[in-house]
Design a protein around this ligand. Sequence first.
Ligand SMILES: Cc1ncc(C[n+]2csc(CCOP(=O)(O)OP(=O)(O)O)c2C)c(N)n1
Ligand code: SF4
Length: 287
Amino acid sequence: MSSDVRFTDFKSDKQPTWCPGCGDFGTMNGMMKALANTGNDPDNTFVVAGIGCSGKIGTYMHSYALHGVHGRALPVGTGVKMARPDIEVMVAGGDGDGYSIGAGHFVHAVRRNVDMTYVVMDNRIYGLTKGQASPTSRSDFETSTTPEGPKQPPVNPLALALASGASFIAQSFSSDAMRHAEIVEKAIEHDGFGFVNVFSPCVTFNDVDTYDYFRDSLVDLEEEGHDPTDYEAAKEVILDSDKEYQGVLYQDENSVPYHEQHGVTEDMSEIPDGAPEDAMDLVREFY
Ligand SMILES: Cc1ncc(C[n+]2csc(CCOP(=O)(O)OP(=O)(O)O)c2C)c(N)n1
Ligand code: SF4
């Protein structure tokens, strides 16, 4: 890893097609800053993205990347990390990708504690498919598929993570640039699954969870003196549905990542002795 990497080194030459003002711009900038600040560079970074407006991020970032199947980014990220524990793996996607079709994978990636960072660009709507309700939409949020609102309480992704045995749970706001980058940085540095739910407003389809709403309502846990290593205190803020929090809500200081628990330390790109030749030809082609 080189120490003189700038965050712009993580920008690809593709122009984002996100709507002007989309929260995903800020979310991505913060991720790039956090990667550079933690001493990573595009040559040791692998971004796995879901499907959605958010999922386009792998194209706009300069790194190894895979833009996969809707809801399946986490198992792909897990595979990359198991094959190459030396590589920095960052998985990103939307709230639909992660908490709807990918919810099962979320639970298992969390409980396995694979050493990667998972950034959910939470705009509380399906953006790419033009504004249907998502798992984090408010119960009275009127959309094309829910003209009277979903009439169900939204998923609390932080509580889902905690209940699944998460070792790091954080939340940030894409527009609070410095703080967002700092929070993602902490997730990268965490030994284990670093989960960050990012409020990343959709300016085209969500007129409720707006920049102004988050600016007015966000409570920063650092200013409140919150201790993320105190499990009971973390539980209290995570289950508090009256407030929107920003910061690290929970961190297990004794977290041991999956590959260390299971002794996966070899560079698996080396072809193991005795492996069938035809299968290995495919592997050689890939690398
Ligand atoms: C298997 C499958 N089911 C459904 C879709 C259609 N689809 C594409 S993106 C998406 C949801 C997008 O919402 P979200 O994940 O929150 O991302 P955003 O666009 O808001 O960033 C859906 C339902 C698909 N591509 N593949
Ligand atoms: S539709 Fe919403 S989420 Fe998608 S690019 Fe536009 S503002 Fe962003």
